[in-house]
Design a protein around this ligand. Sequence first.
Ligand code: NAG
Ligand code: NAG
Ligand code: NAG
Ligand code: NAG
Ligand code: NAG
Length: 307
Amino acid sequence: MYLTWIFSIVVSVYALSIGISGKKHKTLSACIASSLQLSCHNATDISNTCCSNYPGGLLLQTQFWDTDPATGPSDSWTVHGLWPDYCNGSFGQFCDSTRQYTNITAILQSFYKAELLDFMQTYWKSDSGTDESFWEHEWNKHGTCISTLEPRCYENYVPQQEVAEYFQQVVDLFKTLSTYTILQTANISPSLTKTYTLDQIQTAIRQATGHNATVQCGKNNTLDEVWYYFNVRGRAQAGKYVHTNPNGLTTSCPETGIQYLPKYQRGVPVPDIPAPSAAILSTTFSLMMMVFSIAVASTVLSVCEDK
Ligand SMILES: *[C@@H]1O[C@H](CO)[C@@H](O)[C@H](O)[C@H]1NC(C)=O
Ligand SMILES: *[C@@H]1O[C@H](CO)[C@@H](O)[C@H](O)[C@H]1NC(C)=O
Ligand SMILES: *[C@@H]1O[C@H](CO)[C@@H](O)[C@H](O)[C@H]1NC(C)=O
Ligand SMILES: *[C@@H]1O[C@H](CO)[C@@H](O)[C@H](O)[C@H]1NC(C)=O
Ligand SMILES: *[C@@H]1O[C@H](CO)[C@@H](O)[C@H](O)[C@H]1NC(C)=O
């Protein structure tokens, strides 16, 4: 009797674990067996670069605060990327010429990542080109340098599945790091008049994460980027991310007088007028066209008269 129960429980737990691991990420059995090392923490034991990211063991989740032009929601930072830096702070880039893609959207769709794409269309914005080309750049330059995402690291590899896993991981990590909330909690809010010190910003980030970040400023000392640093226990996709301190790169912000500008009201308050109705718009357009035609006609006439 008891034996039957125990047997059925064991069987169902086993089935469930196969179901979960098999569905979400086809886990390399070697990585389950190996004790999962925290990246950058044991230079003598990089036995399996499929289970632990090497040499890029320092993972940076980078975010933008774009104000000129503004992108994304006014109360959220946006995604820049996830970069595998070396533990000493330098980094590699464009690591695999055979996996440079120009069809990230199509790849994500082919892995049924509609929800992920939807999120990216709101929170992973380019301020200069198409979002698609920005995503391509991030994958081609940085994603291809993550050793645990290499095709050889998969059992039953499906081409480009690692691309879908990369984007999912970047977004999952980004969702745990609301810079807007972290700063707001320390009374650091977007303002056209207030300025903040670097120490105020670092202290706010330290209170939330236990570690500093790299804070970047653009023109006129305006806060525009934050880079969070992690070591990872296990694979970069679905591993455990552990906050750590910046390495290698220093801030481009001054110690004091940092501006944190609102996204959508540069300089002038947005006037509160109702949007004109379609009827008014089309009437205005017709009137403008009439005036324009009359102007053209009279110019043509006057030119003819001159001759
Ligand atoms: C580093 O890895 C080696 C080999 O696996 C192990 O013997 C050693 O205890 C590890 N050291 C630390 C500090 O984790
Ligand atoms: C940094 O680490 C990388 C990878 O381990 C290595 O190739 C490079 O030589 C190191 N650079 C410095 C300046 O130590
Ligand atoms: C994306 O591009 C690659 C390389 O050109 C191609 O092999 C793959 O089939 C494409 N994927 C989709 C879903 O279009
Ligand atoms: C963190 O930033 C503060 C400045 O706010 C600096 O004094 C401190 O040395 C930094 N700590 C680390 C570990 O980088
Ligand atoms: C910097 O600030 C000054 C004074 O507010 C302004 O006139 C100038 O246009 C700003 N420069 C840029 C590049 O935004």
